[in-house]
Design a protein around this ligand. Structure first.
Ligand SMILES: CC(C)(COP(=O)(O)OP(=O)(O)OC[C@H]1O[C@@H](n2cnc3c(N)ncnc32)[C@H](O)[C@@H]1OP(=O)(O)O)[C@@H](O)C(=O)NCCC(=O)NCCS
Length: 200
């Protein structure tokens, strides 16, 4: 299928910000992605680190998401590339919410970056671009984000994006006694996104 530059599909598959390129996944992303997925600090708020095979499978699934119903609904977990160095630094993007949580059936935004690139504003820069693309190119009404209560860095990104804390819940697939079981949900509606854009 040929896609013109003004087509929302092509806009969503590749997005450029001042410092980043949000794009589909390449085979060269696998090695740095596996390295970040075996870093216990990066995976601190997940049940475990990922081995290389699982990490490769995840990269494939995230890229395949663009081909399923993704683009139509504004979904896509983009690989992030720094424009200054060309390095792959992680991913940010939108996908379906998991089942059996508040907001299930809706759309979720998430992020995971390699440690060397933390605290430089990259997660927020990428997430803003992802939200702008999704809201501008689709009829999406709202975007959710969920994380463990204790994942303060992720909650800080949600707050910085002007998302609202709307729910506290026990994650259905995280062990009940685990400190990672209590979760929060934040939401940004289309209207709030428009107001936030006007102010930023
Ligand atoms: C969460 C994560 C993506 C943040 O990435 P980042 O690029 O460092 O975030 P940014 O630089 O855009 O910072 C966004 C906000 O978060 C704050 N922040 C970032 N790291 C923080 C930390 N460790 N503690 C407290 N606040 C933090 C920043 O100060 C900033 O807020 P501010 O603008 O009000 O100062 C990154 O820490 C990460 O990849 N963590 C591991 C994976 C993960 O847990 N993903 C979420 C799963 S739900």
């Amino acid at each position: 299928m040929s896609i013109s530059n003004s087509d929302p599909v092509s806009v969503l598959e590749r997005i450029e910000t001042s410092r980043l390129i949000l794009r589909r996944w390449m085979s060269s992303d696998r090695e740095p992605f596996a390295a970040m997925n075996t870093d216990p600090e990066v995976m601190r708020y997940f049940p475990s680190v990922l081995d290389a095979t699982t990490s490769d499978g995840l990269a494939d699934r995230l890229d395949a998401g663009f081909d399923v119903d993704g683009i139509v609904r504004g979904h896509g977990r983009w690989a992030l590339e720094r424009r200054d160095t060309g390095e792959f630094i992680g991913f940010t993007g939108l996908g379906p919410m998991p089942p059996d949580v508040p907001g299930a059936g809706g759309t979720e935004i998430g992020w995971r970056l390699a440690r060397a690139h933390w605290r430089q504003g990259f997660a927020c820069e990428a997430a803003r671009a992802a939200l702008n693309a999704a809201f501008a190119s689709t009829s999406l009404d709202e975007v959710n984000s969920i994380t463990a209560v204790v994942n303060e860095p992720s909650r800080a990104v949600m707050r910085r994006l002007d998302m609202r804390h709307v729910d506290d819940f026990a994650h259905p697939v995280v062990h009940e006694g685990s400190s990672l079981n209590p979760h929060v949900r934040y939401v940004l509606t289309r209207r709030e996104w428009m107001l936030s854009r006007a102010q930023n």
